[in-house]
Design a protein around this ligand. Structure first.
Ligand code: GDP
Ligand code: MG
Length: 441
């Protein structure tokens, strides 16, 4: 995958004293291949590579960072730039109701998105109304109603028994209904086809014309790769749109669509969907997407969550201790407690850098096991937690008795703590934690 390739390219640069022009060229070539393999559109790749090369060559004089860190930083910044920079928020009307129209191919995830968006907006204090303007597929209206019920939001649809309504008419009348029932946002779900076709485009353009949406969101399946660009261009020309929503990011999409669509259409990506459930949805964060593509895991999300659970000074102190290999069992316990406030442990570990290569170990981490570890550490004295080296055989027996486990489990914990401390110190070195170059094992 793109992430694996970029990770290995960047790892090749580790330990170099300075970055030569040949290094920059070779790295750029690797990244270019990786991006093309990830289905990023060629013009986008060219721009990207040119920017990275230019900046990497200029950067060698700065010298504040080591070469690998410099390249990571530049590649990451350029990825963020191509993905749109800042997170763009929804444009809402000064006078409600605001109108958000969804457009895209059949199966791209519009109806699912309508429900996700409705739920998300409701959680922010809005009172959205869903509008069924896909009158093409037999079951489409019902599908939207089901999604709406799940999201706790009403759906406006043509009256049953009136035969097939006119979607433009339904859209227009839904605005009156929204005013009457005091919905501040109207979400218009539209019909799509399997391929781009003129009639679908005309219908969508007519709906747009009739209701003058504040946002037209082009919904695109991230799995369609290179086709995302041609489809986006067709919708841009046929209907026009103000923003993009990427769906199915939970699949093994290689990230190319995200990179290309924004750059080629000039329109920002507003939201990302990563699953079939209503809650598998979030505002699109270019910085997080970039770090995911780079194979750094979703480090930013992890940091954000960690900041809510830990005190910043303590986290920094712990990071420094990890780097120097001075972590104690007391720190280990505190970390464990703080981390567990954030959710199931395997999910959290999955966000760490390099987690992809640790799948087997991750599968063995379960919360029950952590309960036992926690009990063992609680059974130790502060002096033992600070300096596990003093935990001799009689202390081990006492701890085991006190925490209701076998002596073997205490031994295991102490041994694994040493191993973990060593591994964390090595990881810290790879990712440039403070103090990581000092200290031995
Ligand atoms: P529409 O034709 O554009 O309205 O697309 P739908 O909303 O009906 O979605 C088509 C299919 O894709 C459905 O089976 C959805 O459950 C599924 N789907 C939608 N969004 C996502 C997503 O983010 N991830 C996954 N895995 N499936 C999705
Ligand atoms: Mg639909």
């Amino acid at each position: 995958t793109l992430s694996d390739r970029l990770t290995s390219v960047l790892q090749n640069l580790r330990g170099r004293g300075r970055l030569s022009e040949a290094d920059v060229d070779a790295t750029a070539r690797e990244i270019r291949i990786a991006l093309l393999e990830a289905d990023v559109a060629l013009p986008v790749v060219r721009t990207f590579i040119a920017n990275v090369k230019e900046r990497a060559k200029g950067a060698e004089v700065s010298g504040a960072l080591n070469p690998a860190q410099q390249v990571v930083k530049i590649v990451n910044e350029e990825l963020v730039k191509i993905l749109g920079g800042e997170t763009r928020r929804l444009n809402l009307a000064k006078t409600p109701p605001s109108v958000i129209m969804l457009a895209g191919l059949q199966g791209s995830g519009k109806t699912t998105l309508a429900g996700k968006l409705a739920r998300w907006l409701t959680s922010q204090g809005h009172t959205p109304l869903l509008v069924a303007c896909d009158l093409q597929r037999p079951n489409a209206v019902n599908q939207l109603q089901v999604v709406g019920e799940r999201a706790g939001v009403p759906t406006y649809a043509p009256e049953p028994g009136n035969g097939v309504g006119d979607p433009v008419d339904v859209a227009r009348r839904s605005i009156d209904e929204a005013k009457r029932a005091q919905h501040d946002i109207v979400i218009v779900d539209t019909a799509g086809r399997l391929g781009v076709d003129e009639e679908m485009m005309r219908q969508a353009a007519d709906i747009r014309e009739a209701v003058q949406p504040d946002e037209v969101l082009f919904v695109v399946d991230a799995m369609i790769g290179q086709d995302a660009v041609t489809t986006a261009e067709a919708f841009r020309d046929g209907v026009g749109f103000t923003g993009v929503v990427l769906t199915k990011l939970d699949g093994d999409a290689r990230g190319g669509a995200a990179l290309s669509v924004r750059e080629v259409t000039g329109q920002p990506i507003l939201f990302a969907s990563n699953g079939e459930k209503l809650e598998d949805f979030d505002a699109f964060h270019p910085d997080r997407m970039a770090s995911r593509i780079l194979g750094m895991g979703d480090v930013l999300t992890l940091i954000e969550q960690a900041e809510q659970a830990f005190d910043k000074d303590q986290a920094e102190a712990t990071a420094a201790k990890i780097g120097t290999g001075e972590l104690t069992l007391e720190d280990f316990l505190e970390q464990m407690l703080a981390v567990r406030k954030m959710g199931p442990i395997a999910n959290l570990l999955g966000m760490l850098p390099g987690a992809g290569q640790m799948k087997d170990q991750l599968a063995q981490v379960d919360d029950k096991h952590l309960d036992r570890l926690q009990a063992i550490i609680r059974g130790m004295t502060p002096a033992e937690r600070d300096n596990p080296k003093i935990i001799n055989a009689s202390r081990r027996a006492r701890i085991a008795r006190g925490s209701g486990v076998a002596i073997r489990e205490v031994n295991d914990l102490v041994n694994r703590f040493y191993e973990a401390r060593k591994m964390m110190q090595q990881m810290a070195g790879r990712f440039g934690f403070p103090g990581a170059n000092r200290g031995g094992s």
